[in-house]
Design a protein around this ligand. Structure first.
Ligand SMILES: C[S@@+](CC[C@H](N)C(=O)[O-])C[C@H]1O[C@@H](n2cnc3c(N)ncnc32)[C@H](O)[C@@H]1O
Length: 216
């Protein structure tokens, strides 16, 4: 059986292949890894490129109130779907390159499903620079990638002084993917900032966010 989320995703993939880029929505396991270090009491989160909301659901499943989640998605049909599926979510139909315009600061994480690797470097630079300015101390920019290398171009990594850690491969995702967590290790003037360890994992009870039960 094909869910309505999957049909919507495939329809938009056919219409906007250069924006959607993936073959299918993220798997549950990949989505849970993307959301694994979100905590309900640690403040707002920004999500980039939410699509049908697979990672959105995982973030809310961590117990974050929906009004603390700020979602940027460029595609109008995905935005309408997110509004309908997740009441109280803050949805902005803009390009992620305009992340600086969001009325939120000191976020605990920026979680991105954007196809960064297929974006021009100027757009990557705008997204990463804007995201770093939104992050609170010790907070990460979380990004999955299907490729074998870090999904942020080297010149942008070097300019922003980014360091990262990376997960194992999620083989059952289509295509298989890894999760990178980027953070600014150097200030933009090239001097080291204080060394803050990566956010530790704390266990939380899993909340049940309703799945798409619609059938064709
Ligand atoms: C690979 S899909 C990921 C969808 C979803 N996060 C998931 O994991 O299933 C990429 C998403 O990024 C969105 N997108 C692409 N370029 C964008 C941009 N410049 N600004 C905001 N969203 C963008 C696409 O519309 C699409 O929803």
């Amino acid at each position: 059986m094909i869910s309505s989320d999957f049909r919507l995703f495939m329809g938009q993939l056919l219409r906007y292949p250069r924006q959607v880029v993936a073959l299918a929505p993220s798997s549950d396991r990949l989505a849970h890894e993307m959301a694994a270090r979100v905590y309900p009491e640690d403040g707002p989160v920004i999500e980039l490129g939410a699509g049908t909301g697979k990672i959105t659901r995982a973030i809310l499943g961590r117990g974050l109130p929906a009004d603390q989640l700020h979602v940027i998605e460029v595609n109008p049909d995905f935005c309408a779907h997110l509004h309908m599926r997740f009441p109280n979510l803050n949805v902005y139909q803009i390009s992620a390159g305009n992340i600086s315009d969001l009325p939120v600061a000191q976020v605990q994480a920026v979680v991105s499903g954007l196809p960064l690797l297929s974006m021009p470097i100027a757009l990557q630079r705008a997204i990463l620079t804007g995201a770093m300015a939104k992050l609170g101390a010790g907070a990460d920019y979380v990004q999955f990638t299907y490729g074998p290398f870090p999904p942020v171009a080297k010149p942008v990594r070097d300019e922003l002084g980014l360091s990262w850690d990376v997960s194992g491969r999620f083989w059952w995702n289509m295509p298989p993917a890894r999760v990178y967590r980027f953070r600014q290790a150097l200030a933009t003037d090239g001097h080291p900032t204080r060394a803050v360890p990566f956010r530790p994992l704390r266990t939380l009870p899993r909340l049940d966010i309703p799945q798409d039960k619609t059938r064709p």
